[in-house]
Design a protein around this ligand. Structure first.
Ligand SMILES: NC(=O)C1=CN([C@@H]2O[C@H](COP(=O)(O)OP(=O)(O)OC[C@H]3O[C@@H](n4cnc5c(N)ncnc54)[C@H](O)[C@@H]3O)[C@@H](O)[C@H]2O)C=CC1
Ligand SMILES: N[C@@H](CC=O)C(=O)O
Ligand code: NA
Length: 436
């Protein structure tokens, strides 16, 4: 069988890893795909650097149009990132009848519906295993391995940069900026690291998983997004004293009235496997009705781990290209006519438990006032920690863990607590999930 011809757009961290692994493991890959996978052309705006990587093995150009318009190319691999140029190249490649592989979660979370629609019309495949949790085959698991199940919820550590930062801060007491620089040097961080730090990258990924799990369109604009930028080191310490770790989780859940879709720092019991996922590692916990909980762990970022997922997609396409398009696995797991428009719930409707930290005057009756406010709103307390005041200090930190309640209920309680004359400043609220 003749080899499948690939054009790579962007030979940076993931592009160079893809090129190198394809070359190094070509025999193995050919054995699995049933044919060779050959990089015929590479486009990168830094042509000199790209030439150094590929040597004399293939043509290098600076203009991606030469790849997407090249009639000899069967599959275009988009590894540039961002929305504008990448979207333009992906849609041009599809219009030209080429299959597409992309690692670009930002592009798919925002424009996936349009891209999948265009691909369906042209009967081409858009594959994106690398876009969620890098090298972990979570897309394959959600789309194929768990296909018998009604998926109930997914909770994942899906941003390596922020998990690396949280781990280094907790274990080594390093400061935020030092650890971020290290993550950038290791190739984990996005071109704009605020995407990692402020939770957007994780939100892109959980948006895609939510669509796959529940058969809904990708709806990034409905996701609630909070990063680790406002997280205080003292809360990492207090959480640990209470038997919890703080992780940036992407969570999506099926609820009676709709779907929860959210990213935020979350307390999880330290004894859970997922709480012990450290450094740049990723882990995704999926709870489904038939199989129960399954956990997927591995490298979610970096050159060759991400290349591993890109190449898995290339092999899939090499095997499936000749299959009748109607018999292929649909990109979002459900057939287009089985997609639903279940609403994504606003954050005020989300139900979870909470960690609350506040500074109060060290005098009798303060606690009774706070617990009365919580009780009046039907919020029950699960645990309580009061720090001893330092000598000469009149303020103490108290920490309360609550049972499940709706976010709007908790916010109403916090407003009342903050109005008490014995409570100083703002209450810190961090969501808590027991998971399993
Ligand atoms: N780095 C990682 O660990 C992971 C990255 N991704 C995604 O993979 C994609 C690529 O990421 P990286 O390789 O890290 O980025 P990168 O910044 O290392 O590489 C991008 C490459 O594209 C080239 N480029 C930029 N604009 C171009 C244009 N108009 N025409 C041609 N070439 C152009 C740049 O010169 C660079 O070599 C992004 O969508 C990213 O979100 C996904 C999973 C993991
Ligand atoms: N910036 C991302 C890279 C992979 O998607 C991360 O840190 O996880
Ligand atoms: Na993946």
């Amino acid at each position: 069988m003749k080899p499948v011809k690939v054009g790579i757009l962007g030979l940076g961290t993931v592009g160079s890893g893809t090129f190198n692994v394809l070359k190094r493991n070509q025999k193995e890959i050919r054995g699995r795909a049933g044919r060779g996978i050959e990089v015929a052309m590479v486009a990168d705006r830094d042509v000199e650097r790209a030439r150094k990587i590929v040597g004399g093995d293939c043509e290098v150009v600076s203009d991606g149009n030469l790849v997407v318009n090249n009639p000899d190319i069967d599959i275009v691999v988009e590894l540039i990132g961002g929305y504008d140029v990448a979207k333009d190249f992906v849609l041009k490649a599809i219009a030209n009848g080429k299959h597409v592989v992309t690692a670009n979660k930002a592009l798919l979370a925002l424009h996936g519906n349009e891209i999948f629609q265009a691909a369906q019309e042209k009967k081409v495949i858009v594959a994106f295993e690398a876009a969620v949790a890098g090298g972990i085959p979570i897309i394959k698991a959600l789309r194929e391995g768990l296909t018998a199940n009604r998926i109930e919820w997914i909770a994942g550590i899906i941003n390596g940069t922020t998990n690396f930062i949280l781990s280094e801060m907790r274990e080594k007491g390093l400061d935020f900026d030092t650890v971020l620089k290290e993550a950038q040097a290791l190739g984990y961080a996005e071109a704009d690291p605020t995407f990692d730090i402020e939770g957007y990258d994780a939100a892109h990924k959980v948006t895609i998983m939510s669509a796959l799990a529940f058969g809904i369109p990708v709806q990034f604009n409905k996701a609630h997004v909070e990063g680790i930028n406002k997280l205080n080191a003292i809360d990492i310490k207090y959480a640990e004293q209470l038997g919890y770790r703080i992780k940036l989780l992407g969570i999506t859940k099926r609820m009676p009235d709709g779907i929860e879709l959210r990213v935020h720092p979350t307390l999880i019991p330290a004894k859970r496997l997922i709480a012990n996922v450290e450094g740049a590692m990723n882990a995704v916990l999926v709870n489904s009705d038939a199989v129960g909980a399954t956990l997927y762990y591995g490298k979610g970022a970096g050159s060759e781990p991400t290349a591993s997922a890109v190449i898995a997609d290339l092999v899939d396409i090499a095997r499936l290209e000749s299959v009748n398009p109607e018999h292929r696995v649909p990109p979002l797991a459900f057939q287009p006519d089985a997609m639903k428009n279940t609403p994504v719930l606003p954050m005020s409707e989300v139900t979870t438990s909470y960690y609350l930290r506040m500074q109060v005057k060290d005098q009798p009756g303060v606690l009774a006032e706070i617990t009365r406010i919580l009780a009046d709103l039907n919020i029950s307390i699960d645990a309580f920690l009061q720090k001893e005041p330092q000598e000469g200090e009149t303020l103490v930190d108290i920490i309360i863990l609550t049972h499940l309640t709706q976010e709007k209920n908790m916010d109403a309680a916090i407003e009342k607590v903050e109005n008490l004359s014995t409570v100083m400043g703002k209450v810190t609220k961090i969501r808590l999930e027991e998971l399993m």
